[in-house]
Design a protein around this ligand. Structure first.
Ligand code: BDR
Ligand code: CA
Length: 311
């Protein structure tokens, strides 16, 4: 199986990314690390432990990372994910412990110790990953690739041209995109193809397990905020698509392109400037997702929820 570390900020779609990463037999989930983003670091970390608890994911360390972006103030997304960062279900006390190590230290150690290069899958702001690459450059050869959810080939969601994960920490995203490592960018242009419609919710409900019922409650809350803020018929299940790209690459079509992060724009700070048609002559630095096989993606996600043991 492909060794991966999931770096996340749960978050409704991050919760499903955790479940897919833990359940897919093609992946070996070495750790779940958390970062401030959708909510504060403390809440995101609690939420990761809650998700592991209800899903029956044990033996995977959960470590807390950076609590603020490299520069500036943290912007959270409580309008989308609620006050807890994971509103919807009632959670009990998490049974899954918090690792003693900082996420960046844990990631460094796992990268250096693992016999094979490891894939990093960031589904929140890139603060932990940028801090790792900046402070521990010796890990670079131990990273197989970075497959991140963030950005867009088109418009944004937190500002007209800024996607949330990139907008929250543009300096971190800039460092990652200029690292020279193999980076795949799964952005809104693709994640908005995977809307959790009522039909998808019905598939979760039909599983008829406590975990599936929690997923129904998560997706119902997520749908209500996406309907209110964006008027969409369902919320895009952004983050699991990055996980799916690692588990089953053919599901997510990608093209090489130069991707720059706008750091200084008057109205566009945090925009991903993707030169899809190579008009600037800038060398490619990323694979950019352009298409998703939607039906098999839902089979993967629903199958993951079905396969997990639950609490
Ligand atoms: C991204 O922002 C967060 O709200 C989601 O969890 C996802 O990672 C989408 O822009
Ligand atoms: Ca996320």
């Amino acid at each position: 199986a492909i060794p991966i570390i999931l770096d996340c900020d749960p978050g409704h779609d991050d919760a499903l990314a955790i479940m897919l990463a833990a359940a897919d037999p093609r992946l070996d989930l070495l750790a779940i690390t958390t970062v401030a983003g959708n909510t504060t670091l403390d809440k995101a970390t609690l939420n990761a432990r809650r998700v592991c608890t209800i899903a029956g994911i044990s033996g995977v360390p959960v470590a807390a990372g950076c609590d603020a972006p490299l520069a500036g103030e943290l912007r959270i997304a409580d309008d989308i994910h609620g006050a807890s960062g994971l509103d919807g279900p009632e959670f009990g006390e998490p049974a899954v412990p918090l690792a003693g190590e900082h996420a960046v230290a844990l990631t460094r150690r796992l990268l250096l110790d693992h016999p094979e290069p490891v894939t990093l899958v960031p589904t929140g702001p890139l603060t932990n990953i940028a801090t790792l690459l900046r402070d521990h450059p010796e890990v670079a050869p131990r990273i197989r690739e970075i497959v991140l959810m963030g950005g867009s080939t088109g418009r944004g969601n937190i500002t007209p041209y800024g996607e949330f994960n990139i907008f929250v920490d543009p300096e971190a995203a800039d460092l990652v995109l200029r690292s020279g490592l193999p980076v795949t960018v799964v952005g809104l242009n693709v994640t908005h193809q995977a809307l959790v419609t009522p039909e998808v919710v019905t598939r979760f409900r039909a599983l008829d397990t406590p975990l599936a019922e929690a997923c129904v409650q998560l997706m119902t809350f997520f749908a209500s905020t996406y309907d209110r803020v964006f008027g969409l018929p369902g919320p895009p299940l952004h983050d699991p698509i990055a996980v799916a790209r690692v588990a089953e690459p053919a599901l997510v079509r990608c093209v090489p392109a130069p991707v720059a992060i706008e750091l200084t724009g008057v109205h566009t700070r945090g925009a991903t400037v993707v030169d899809l048609h190579h008009r600037t002559g800038t060398p490619d630095n990323a694979l950019v997702a352009t298409g998703l096989d939607v039906a098999p993606f839902w089979d993967l996600v629903v199958g993951a929820v079905a396969a997990l043991p639950g609490a």
